[in-house]
Design a protein around this ligand. Structure first.
Ligand code: NAP
Ligand code: HSE
Length: 427
């Protein structure tokens, strides 16, 4: 029987999940791979910290990264600590020492992935990252292996469990934003810095990884349009519901005549679509290929065991295979994508204007929209005859992002506008 030695950099939510799976499913892993997996070392910040779960006596806890990367006995370094500074140093050292690396760190891959993949190719080692996108959903290997013969037309998905949990709790249980966020943190879904979840940054990291897998091209993170959910209020959730929509944080990329249009944004999703029904910390991704057509993936996008499941699968795949397939493309030297300027993107829109309830307001707004080629599909005023500010909601036909931005800039300067207009795309 072969033994593979693992070093874990990080033993928090995901690290603990990995260790639990290795212990609880040891017999199954042995049957499937013929390999016994042993965690020899674990890097943490604080070795004295009380932990809910401790692996067997063969595991040494350390605060020195060299105990992982310089140990010739270690076969695979598993990076589960987060951040991009020390994590990068550890990954680089592990690769240069000829060790395979498995990581759940989408931030690291989004920022330094291109360089790390080239390095891994140079040293002939694996750099696997199934857990980095959508936790337990096997989307990375699916695009890289199972759908590899397809030209990908588009990918649209819910890529952040924390944001989806918050929006679901606000929609279904009427929870306040902050209460729902605290619950997501307690459940271990949120990033160390939860603004990454709320402001769409974590989803952006994942979308950059997905774009590379689907198109073999690099969409630089700093060029990706990113908008989070912090501006979403209970009122928008309620109004959207009345029109038959749910609000979801969406990640999307599509091929528009050879150019990539991509972004992270909150959007209204018709309640009949599968994406609208994705609740809690669940993630979902719809991939459309030119041969396979649409394929839909759904599962838990965060949490110890779902994420641990993806990490352990990578460990097993890498230690069973002869030649790793890190990027899904023959060369790991990925070039920059041809990007559609975000202002050229088109979409239907939901606008919520907050206005003084008086004559001529609706007509003035409609005029500006019409002057910017924005055609109204539905309009509703939620007036209460109190004479104070009221919401007016417009749903539009398809409009260009630039026209929308220009029109809203003019409208928001008008004297009857009481607060900035909320503008959301409709999927
Ligand atoms: P976490 O619970 O905060 O655990 C982080 C671990 O790394 C802790 O054990 C911590 O040590 C250790 N660590 C952090 N900085 C360190 C440093 N400078 N030196 C030594 N050790 C350090 O994080 P997590 O939720 O497991 O997430 C880990 C990674 O997985 C992140 O990249 C995250 O984005 C990704 N991920 C998480 C999930 C999820 O559901 N949580 C899902 C998918 C991907 P101490 O224990 O001593 O504090
Ligand atoms: N914070 C992330 C989320 C963890 O909520 O989706 C999984 O990547």
């Amino acid at each position: 029987m072969q033994t593979v030695k693992l070093a874990l950099a990080g033993f928090g939510t995901v690290g603990t999940g990995v260790a639990r799976i290795l212990e609880e499913n040891e017999e199954l892993l042995l049957k499937r791979s013929g390999i016994k997996y042993v965690i020899t070392s674990v890097l943490v910040r604080d070795t004295e910290k009380q932990r809910d779960y401790i692996p067997g006596p063969e595991t040494k806890f350390t605060t020195n990264p060299e105990d992982l990367t310089a140990d010739p006995e270690v076969d695979v370094v598993v990076e589960l600590m987060g951040g991009i500074t020390l994590a990068k140093e550890i990954v680089v050292k592990a690769i240069k020492s000829g060790k395979h690396v498995v990581t759940a760190n989408k931030h690291l891959l989004a920022v330094h992935g291109i360089e790390l993949f080239k390095l891994a190719e140079e040293y002939g080692v694996g750099l696997y990252y199934e857990a980095s996108v959508a936790g337990g959903i096997p989307i990375v290997e699916s695009i890289k292996e199972s759908l590899c013969v397809n030209k990908i037309k588009n990918i649209v998905g819910i890529l952040n469990g924390t944001a989806n949990y918050i929006l679901s709790e606000m929609t279904t249980n009427g929870l306040e934003f902050d209460t729902a966020l605290s619950q997501a943190q307690e459940l271990g879904y949120a990033e160390a810095d939860p603004t990454f979840d709320i402001e769409g940054i974590d989803a952006a990291h994942k979308l950059v990884v997905l774009i590379r897998l689907a198109y073999g091209e690099d969409y630089p993170l700093e060029e990706l349009p990113v908008e989070g959910i912090s501006k979403i209020t209970g009122l928008d959730i309620k109004l959207a519901r009345e029109f038959g929509y749910r609000i979801k944080l969406i990640g999307q990329v599509r091929d528009v005549c050879g150019k990539l249009e991509a972004g992270i944004f909150p959007a209204l999703v018709k309640y009949t679509l599968l994406l609208a029904r994705v609740g809690g910390n669940y993630n979902a991704i719809r991939v459309e290929g030119n041969a396979v057509g649409p394929a839909f993936f759904h599962g838990q996008g965060a949490g110890a065991l779902p994420t641990g499941s993806a990490v352990v699968a990578d460990i097993m795949t890498l230690t069973k295979m002869d030649k790793p397939n890190n990027t899904g493309f023959y060369s790991s030297d990925l070039k920059k994508a041809d990007i559609l300027p975000p202002e050229h993107a088109t979409s239907e829109y939901y606008f919520r204007f907050t206005v003084a309830d008086k004559a001529g307001v609706m007509a003035a707004i409609s005029k500006i929209l019409s002057e910017h080629n924005i055609s109204i599909a539905q309009a509703v005023q939620k007036g209460d005859a109190s004479g104070v500010n009221v919401p007016i909601v417009f749903l539009t036909h398809k409009a260009r992002a630039k026209d929308v931005n220009d029109a809203l800039k003019i409208i928001d300067d008008m004297p009857f506008i009481a607060q900035s207009t909320i503008s959301l795309r409709i999927l």
